[in-house]
Write a protein that binds this ligand. Structure first.
Ligand SMILES: [Zn+2]
Length: 265
């Protein structure tokens, strides 16, 4: 692999961050150079600066790819996305729960088929790259095949992806339900197979409150302790309808809520 890593110079308007704009003046954090250069040696950035400054240091053999006047910046990071929903983008926007039942769950069922999962994973990642996104936190489906397909496609493209098998052991169609133990065991196998392999990272992924029992959530917590640097992703409540639906499943949370939140008098 390393023999194939490129060495080249990118020239164009470069945009980069010198630090966290929340920790320092934003105008000092953001650095834009109308004629910048990025030197890449063996697949890694070795220098960034203005082209006129760096030009004299460049080996004559290094190819220069001139992107002027286009902008060159770091890859975007998508903090939340579901790759199995790629095929139902733009389905009629109902309320969340009916939209899941009518469009998303039937589509997710198809990801038990590895070949179908492979085809969508590849198309999804190509689309991300087309839009400048090189890293994402991604939900797969309840099927381990959907995770293997996704990480395989990501490894082929050398993208950095954080993803995991969805955990759902109640309040979902039969064809999308696991059990608490099955969810644990399948996630554990996937962690062994993918976490830390190249740029691939695993996220323990209970879908949202109403679709996991307390037993499953407890085992999800235990999963997090089984390997260093694992991620966890889930959804907070997104609609009032979902909040009303979820309350009875977590009577302890409801009791705490009722005892601590007082209406304004
Ligand atoms: Zn989501």
């Amino acid at each position: 692999m390393t023999a194939e890593l490129p060495s080249l110079v990118l020239r164009g308007t470069t945009l980069r961050f010198a630090g966290n704009p929340f920790d320092m003046p934003p105008e000092e954090a953001l650095i834009a150079d109308p004629d910048g250069a990025i030197i890449i040696e063996n697949g890694r950035i070795s220098a960034v600066g203005s082209f006129s400054t760096l030009a004299s240091t460049l080996p004559a053999t290094l190819p220069i790819i001139d992107h002027r006047p286009c902008l060159i910046g770091p890859g975007f990071i998508d903090a939340h996305v579901h790759y199995p929903q790629f095929g139902v983008i733009a389905s009629y926007g109902e309320q969340l729960l009916s939209w899941l039942e009518r469009y998303v769950f039937p589509e997710e069922r198809r990801f038990a088929d590895r070949a179908y999962a492979d085809s969508i994973a590849g198309a999804f990642l190509d689309s991300l790259l087309d839009h400048g996104t090189t890293t994402a936190a991604v939900y797969c489906t309840v099927h381990p095949e959907s995770v293997d397909a996704f990480f395989s496609a990501s490894r082929q493209r050398n993208t950095r992806m954080i993803a995991g098998k969805v955990l759902m052991d109640r309040n979902a169609p039969d064809f999308l339900r696991d059990t608490a133990q099955q969810g644990y065991d399948e996630s554990r196998d996937l962690i062994d197979r993918w976490h830390g392999q190249g740029r691939q990272l695993y996220a323990v992924t209970p879908r949202f409150a109403p679709t996991s029992t307390e037993e499953q959530l407890t085992l999800a917590g235990a999963l997090l302790d089984t390997a260093p640097d694992l991620f966890m992703q889930t959804h907070l409540l997104e609609t009032k309808q979902e909040a009303r639906w979820s309350k009875p499943f977590f009577p302890i949370v409801q009791a705490i809520w009722m005892s601590t939140i007082r209406p304004a008098s």
